[in-house]
Design a protein around this ligand. Structure first.
Ligand SMILES: [Fe+2]
Length: 382
């Protein structure tokens, strides 16, 4: 056995963590930060930071769309250069963070041709300082070495240790206005990161520790947040869980849920977190990994774990996930089947299955998967 574990991102978390931003910029030697954000996240940032902090920001790009693209990345880089900035502060969800990471490649390496750096480990040196303040608790992009950018109808991935942000601030005030359905689907993304990190072939003891802790936090606190969206303690728990799940899968891998989810997202244009929620229990049923049983403890708690005979624990883990999805459907109308999304037709199964089979995430899935297996899973999720 051999594995590596690497997370150089400094994490500042707490109910007044945002107040550490000026100090953190100073520590990184930043004099001219650029803010990259989306309209809603920008509003949040203005509401929860001091004027003195805001005045440090040299320029702002606040128009990152939900599905960012190469053009957006180039616009961000252009504005950065016009204002001679020396660092990027990303405030937003997955799309904002990924845009900031990709723009950082352009402004650090020079030129406008992002595609020459695509793939794994194609960056020669450290980039400009990148500080991230997430406004969703899901992607984990604040601690991962990956970014994905859309170009025409394809998604281009970049992976490099230099894409890992220098620092991230987790402050529940930044997620407290996240609507219920977005809270639910981003949490299901984080939960999937943790579960796939634990069950995939690249799992290791350190990523396991982060993964199980993240699962326990999400199962304990997600419904508290949905019942009381202003519960800042529970919001902070979810934020930490998403970051921990990000650290887990970034140092392990993901699996078939992500392979199918990427494919479905590309074909039917559904949000990533929703795609995760749709496939998660069905893929676990298919995988039958021996490690699924372990997850009953963090997912359902000590009492249920102890009451469940060893041979039923895997099944009970999966049942618990089905129950979570039923509750999310009741509370936020998060679809549970492909049919319930009203955005997918069976005629798209072929395209989804083929795309999933060619997705990099499938490589570390604990069970080898054929095209026929994928059709069977899609039929079940229908
Ligand atoms: Fe994900």
């Amino acid at each position: 056995m051999y594995y590596e574990f690497f997370c150089p991102t400094k994490i500042m978390a707490g109910h007044a963590a945002l107040e550490h931003l000026p100090f953190e910029l100073e520590t990184l030697g930043v004099k001219r930060p650029m803010l990259v954000t989306s309209p809603n996240a920008h509003k949040n940032f203005i509401n929860h930071t001091f004027d003195s902090t805001q005045s440090q920001i040299v320029c702002t790009f606040d128009q990152v769309p939900a599905d960012s693209s190469l053009e957006t990345v180039q616009q961000v880089a252009q504005l950065y250069r016009q204002h001679h900035c020396d660092a990027i502060l990303a405030v937003g969800g997955g799309s904002v963070i990924d845009t900031a990471k990709a723009a950082n490649i352009l402004v650090s390496e020079g030129g406008n041709d992002l595609l020459v750096y695509s793939g794994a480990h194609n960056l020669p040196k450290a980039l400009k300082p990148l500080l991230v303040i997430p406004t969703t608790s899901g992607t984990g992009s604040e601690v991962t070495m990956v970014t994905v950018v859309a170009n025409n109808n394809t998604k281009i991935a970049f992976a490099s240790r230099y894409l890992m942000p220098n620092a991230t601030i987790l402050d529940a005030r930044m997620t407290q206005t996240l609507p219920a359905h977005l809270t639910a689907l981003t949490a299901m993304d984080a939960l999937t990161h943790a579960i796939e990190a634990y069950t995939c072939l690249a799992a290791n003891p350190i990523s396991d520790a982060y993964a199980t802790a993240a699962i326990q936090k999400i199962s304990t606190h997600l419904f508290k947040v949905l019942e009381n969206p202003k519960d800042l303690d529970a919001r902070l728990e979810l934020a930490q869980a998403a970051t921990m799940a990000g650290i887990a899968f970034s140092n392990s891998m993901v699996g078939l849920v992500h392979a199918l989810g990427h494919a479905l997202g590309a074909v039917a244009h559904l949000p990533h977190g929703l795609c995760m929620s749709l496939f998660l229990p069905y893929v676990l049923e298919y995988n039958q990994s021996s490690r699924i049983a372990d997850l009953l403890l963090p997912l359902a708690g000590a009492e249920i774990y102890a009451q469940t005979p060893v041979e039923h624990r895997a099944e009970q883990t999966i049942n618990t996930l089905f129950a979570i999805r039923d509750r999310l459907f009741e509370q936020t109308q998060l679809p549970r089947t492909l049919r319930e999304t009203q955005k997918v037709s069976k005629s798209q199964f072929e395209e989804i299955a083929e795309k999933a089979l060619n997705d990099g995430s499938i490589i570390y899935n604990p069970k080898e998967t054929s095209l026929d297996d994928l059709y069977q899973i899609l039929e079940k999720v229908w």
